[in-house]
Design a protein around this ligand. Sequence first.
Ligand code: GTP
Ligand code: MG
Length: 181
Amino acid sequence: MTEQKSEPVLKVLIVGDLGTGKTSIVKRYVENYFSEYYKATIGCDFALKVLKWTDDQVIRLQLWDISGHERLGSLTRIYYKDAVGCLLVFDMHKPTTFDGVLKWKNDLDNKVQLSDGTLLPCVLLANKCDLPKQDIVTDIEQMDDFCRVNGICKWFETSAKKNLNIETSIRYLIGQIMKNE
Ligand code: GTP
Ligand code: MG
């Protein structure tokens, strides 16, 4: 008889400034759906994806999609509770949203840690890479340095619209999380 492996439930946060594409990333990943229509998230939305991690390992991924407004709100501590990883999202075409990345990272690091006291693994998504290139992400080494200096595991250019790197970046984050499980 083959032994049934447990199915870990991983709570993953998706944070970043308004309109950067967090909800679109979740919708693309979970439902393979994209809309041009922008409807701001109020508070926090939830989605669940059950995924095959290895041949004998299933993971239940809980995605907590937090409104860009919430960084200035008082609820993030509650939303962050028991999370084990985070996707930090910015819009490659809006420099102010890149400034938002460290504000979100600091908010996160100040309010949540893993059970052993270490910081949550974070992956940075430079979203909307389907649009014509802008200055923010021209220097790959500079982006690598930015991640290293600020304790971010890795960064990816993504497009929820064109479905570029969405699955790859999320699987990468899960890999980092599973090292801690
Ligand atoms: P809040 O909930 O307000 O924090 O925003 P959000 O980060 O959830 O952004 P949302 O996913 O709602 O997307 C905002 C707008 O950007 C929508 O009009 C989307 O269609 C558009 N958008 C999202 N991802 C992409 C992308 O990869 N490429 C392009 N071209 N547009 C995108
Ligand atoms: Mg949203």
